[in-house]
Design a protein around this ligand. Structure first.
Ligand SMILES: [Zn+2]
Length: 78
């Protein structure tokens, strides 16, 4: 597991073992976010899903969640 300088906390820490998603966002998270910030991000996602009652089979809900992940981690959209 490689160390990286995390885009969110600014510290050099262990990253993830594998990308959390099979898309561009997953690859960016693997390259830029430490494992501990990713754990925080997952807790944030649960809150966002519950607060907005997101149904993740719905494309719009997936977009809302992705935007909140990018905001939380400080990864800009393309
Ligand atoms: Zn971090």
């Amino acid at each position: 597991m490689a160390e990286l300088t995390c885009i969110r906390c600014g510290q050099t820490r262990e990253g993830l073992a594998r990308p959390p998603y099979n898309d561009d966002l997953g690859r960016e998270i693997l390259e830029k976010v430490c494992a501990s910030c990713w754990e925080e991000c997952k807790r944030m996602q649960v809150m966002v899903i519950n607060e907005n009652r997101l149904d993740l089979s719905d494309l719009r809900a997936q977009e809302i969640l992705e935007r909140s992940i990018r905001d939380f981690l400080g990864i800009g959209a393309d």
